[in-house]
Design a protein around this ligand. Structure first.
Ligand code: MLC
Ligand code: AMP
Length: 502
């Protein structure tokens, strides 16, 4: 990889080589490569003229729209690192991310404006909140027409992407331009993505899956996508029946809802070149049902915020249900023993480790956590458990860390417990996952009350105000005491087993 070669240079290349080619279609409007780059560069010049320095952070706390992308790439063109913020985040998450990242400017819009405004006084580093719509349009219109922009180096930070943290506080994963470019190259090579591909894109943009797979792949290849604000199985089916698409990427919940929708209206989508699932385990039953109905074998792949994409089933070759295939081109993966950390042989269960140019540069402000997740030879400890078949297919069998994955969103029990403990009337709380037919897993809480009048609804409402909605418990169980072992540690498996039928 040539230094200074980034996804931004690929963007500039396509805008020059195929200026009239569509990049993004959104709510009836088509943005060509040339128009998209022009708006991104104007935003970059506006940022520089405003006083943003290379290396500073620009946060995006936004709904999906083309401006999400133009502000994202525009900020990077101005030399900034982009801080991705889930737009469902509420006070607790937002306070932590914006103060930990030290963001100087935050682009926001819609319902997020008021949520951010409530926190402004607590965020001294945040010099400006810029709202989508007339304010952003004026900012871009007022940008100088000519201004030399910095040229980001491959080792510069492109993103700070917050991952749910085992400690209850999420950690900012530092992804360099080298990470994002090398990953986009690996993914597009493995999936044979070309400029002719057109992606139906219904994933959120603030996470790895939607942004660093869907958008980065499109951008690297000079391809196109149709962007939607939300996933809707009905709209997905309609759009896929209208033709013109070659790719669809989703989390397993989207596939199960899509199957149910197609069955309920007895309508079949036109075949695509490739359907990919990831972010959570795809059940072999969903894989089989999808193939039975649509004659397509879903390609399941495995990734994470710190590494973007790691493992994939092949496009040519056997797509094996229940597995996530092998490493992407240019990457390595192995299974090691949890205690000895020695590599294991085929079919032995251990922790999955990965190595390659896609692996992140570390966690922001967290040298100890960064040191802990590397082995000294560049192998990154994923925290996922798995095994590899003699012919090289990896299967994820569990997790070495406590984590609930609901509809493709990661939820760390500790964070929800900390929020619940601030609810008046709660003495103790333990949060755990239960299987869920729609979301894969659901959040449950066992609560010891100090106020016997406290209701489950009050606890759920309290969580809703503090945290993103998908983290709130879907079930609340009141208990006299939490089951603990001799060391005083809460036995969550006892709770999960005890309430299995509830
Ligand atoms: C929404 N809700 C959820 C939920 N999503 N509850 C539990 N789990 C979820 N995943 C709740 C909301 O809080 C709200 O509750 C109610 O459901 C309706 O909200 P909605 O926005 O209308 O939800 P819906 O459209 O049904 O969303 C479902 C979904 C969405 C599957 C489309 O969750 C989604 O887009 N998931 C994708 C997540 C993703 O991109 N993950 C990739 C991470 S990257 P209330 O009560 O508040 O109204 C990664 C690496 C990798 O993991 O490998 O890719
Ligand atoms: P995140 O840190 O939010 O990026 O989530 C990454 C985690 O999602 C991984 O560590 C896995 O636990 C999980 N994950 C991603 N893809 C898959 C998959 N195909 N099957 C099972 N788990 C997955």
């Amino acid at each position: 990889m040539i230094d200074g070669e980034t996804l931004l240079t690929a963007f500039q290349h396509h805008a020059a080589a195929t200026p009239g080619k569509r990049f993004v279609v959104f709510e009836g409007r088509t943005w060509t490569y040339a128009e998209s780059l022009a708006r991104s560069e104007a935003f970059a010049r506006g940022l520089s003229a405003w006083g943003l320095h290379p290396g500073e952070r620009v946060a995006l706390y936004l709904e999906t729209s083309p401006d999400f992308l133009f502000c994202c790439f525009g900020a990077q063109l101005a030399g900034a690192a982009v801080v991705l913020v889930n737009n469902q985040y509420k006070q607790t998450e937002l306070r932590h991310i914006l103060s930990d990242s030290g963001a100087r400017l935050c682009v926001t819009g819609g319902e997020q404006v008021a949520e951010l405004a409530r926190l402004r006084a607590e965020l001294p580093a945040l010099a400006r909140a810029l709202t989508l719509g007339p304010e952003l349009d004026a900012f871009i219109a007022d940008a100088p027409n000519v201004l030399n922009l910095p040229k980001p180096a491959s080792s510069d930070i492109a993103y700070i992407a917050y991952t749910s943290g085992t400690t209850g506080r999420s950690k900012g994963a530092l992804l360099t331009h080298r990470n994002t470019l090398s990953n986009a190259r690996s993914v597009t090579e493995a999936w044979q993505w070309t400029a002719d591909d057109h992606l139906l894109h219904m994933l959120p943009l603030f996470h790895t899956h939607g942004l660093m797979v869907g958008i980065h792949g499109t951008l690297l290849r000079g391809a196109s996508c149709e962007l939607h604000r939300h996933f809707s199985a009905r709209i997905a089916l309609d759009r896929l029946r209208s033709g013109g698409f070659s790719l669809f990427f989703g989390v397993p919940t989207m596939y199960t809802r899509f199957i149910a929708e197609a069955l309920s209206c007895a309508a079949m989508p036109l075949p695509l070149r490739l359907c990919v699932s990831g972010s959570a385990p795809l059940s072999p039953a969903t894989f089989a049902e999808f193939e039975r109905l649509f004659g397509q074998r879903i390609v399941e792949r495995y990734g994470m915020t710190e590494t973007i994409m790691n493992l994939t089933n092949p496009v040519d070759g056997e797509r094996r249900p229940g597995t996530v295939g092998g490493p992407f081109p240019g990457q390595e993966a192995r299974i090691v023993d949890l205690k000895t950390r020695r590599p294991l042989g085929p079919d032995e269960i251990g922790e999955i480790e990965v190595r390659g140019p896609h692996v992140f540069a570390g966690y922001l402000n967290q040298p100890a956590a960064t040191a802990e997740c590397f082995d000294g030879e560049g192998w990154f400890r994923t925290g996922d458990l798995g095994q590899v078949s003699p012919d090289g297919y990896f299967t994820i069998t569990g997790r070495a860390r406590e984590l609930i994955i609901s509809g493709g969103y990661n939820i760390y029990p500790r964070e929800v417990e900390e929020a619940i403990l601030t609810c008046p009337g709660v003495a103790e709380a333990a949060v755990f996952g239960q299987p869920d037919p729609e979301f894969g897993e659901r959040v449950c809480a066992a609560i010891v009350r100090s106020d016997p009048a406290l209701t489950a609804e009050a606890i759920v409402e309290h969580c809703r105000a503090e945290l993103a909605g998908y983290k709130k418990p879907k079930r609340v169980f009141f208990v006299e005491a939490l089951p603990r072992n001799a060391m005083g540690k809460v036995q969550k498996h006892t709770l999960a087993d005890g309430f299995a039928q509830s």
